[in-house]
Design a protein around this ligand. Structure first.
Ligand SMILES: Cc1cc2nc3c(=O)[nH]c(=O)nc-3n(C[C@H](O)[C@H](O)[C@H](O)COP(=O)(O)O)c2cc1C
Length: 226
């Protein structure tokens, strides 16, 4: 039986899926497990739209790509990435992106393929289910705790999914177009999109799914005070 450590270390973001739907009862099991995520004051600030309807997913993707094609950089509730990238984070971001393009043999100057790869986010990498995680705007007005809680919730979703041989890819690409998602879904005004998680059965023959970016060592990320 896989241990919790096995599940944590074997998870990686998958970016190509088989066209195989996830049964509703499995989605419910994953979401029930995720509902056990701890949160400050047991606030449980997540509000999830679990979407497997092909037309709705296509409409969201179309709307985001149309917005991007208008030259709009983002239409968002929250700013996910740093406004000013500093090292070592900037270097890690560049290394991780370059590693993926090198694996896929995409030239640095091949902008069309790069754009298409980014648009694949909004075609959900071929997956049939996407969980869109919102929170109440009131939770993040002048406070960030709900973001911490919803981040933990994201990881619980992804780990619980593995129990059912379901892989995932978290997405801040949708965060950047959160208002577009909200408009297509016609969600209540009080909700803000934080992120989405693509879920599905990974295509194990897809080269892109072999990508496993490195992690920094403990020396570079942990300070022990014994
Ligand atoms: C909050 C968050 C947002 C992310 N957004 C995207 C995204 O929009 N598209 C994508 O392909 N990967 C996205 N990723 C995946 C990261 O690139 C990936 O987690 C990181 O490179 C480490 O790789 P691994 O998940 O395979 O271990 C995101 C990850 C997180 C945690």
């Amino acid at each position: 039986m896989p241990t919790i450590l096995d599940a944590i270390t074997s998870r990686s973001s998958k970016r190509a899926y088989l066209p195989k739907p996830i049964p509703k009862e499995i989605q419910e099991k994953i979401l029930n497990a995720a509902s056990m995520t701890p949160s400050g004051a047991n606030m449980q600030p997540w509000n999830v739209y679990a979407i497997s309807n092909k037309e709705v997913l296509t409409n969201i993707g179309d709307a985001i790509i149309a917005k991007m094609n208008e030259g709009v950089e983002n239409d968002q509730f929250i700013q996910y990435y740093p406004v000013n990238w500093v090292n070592p984070y900037k270097k890690r971001r560049i290394t991780t992106g370059a590693g993926l393009y090198t694996l896929m043999e995409v030239d640095r100057k091949d902008n069309d393929t790069r754009v298409k790869m980014w648009h694949d986010n909004f075609r959900w990498f071929g997956a049939q289910t996407v969980f869109f995680v919102f929170t109440d705007k009131a939770n993040i007005e002048g406070a960030q705790g709900a973001l911490i809680d919803c981040g933990a919730y994201m990881q619980t979703i992804m780990l619980a999914a593995q129990e059912f041989a379901i892989d995932s890819c978290p997405q801040a690409s949708t965060t950047e177009f959160g208002k577009v998602v909200a408009e297509v879904l016609n969600i209540p005004d009080n909700l803000a999109l934080l992120y989405s998680v693509v879920l599905g059965y990974a295509d194990n023959n897809a080269k892109i799914n072999t990508y496993q970016p490195e992690r920094v060592s403990l020396e570079d990320s942990v300070t022990f005070i014994d």
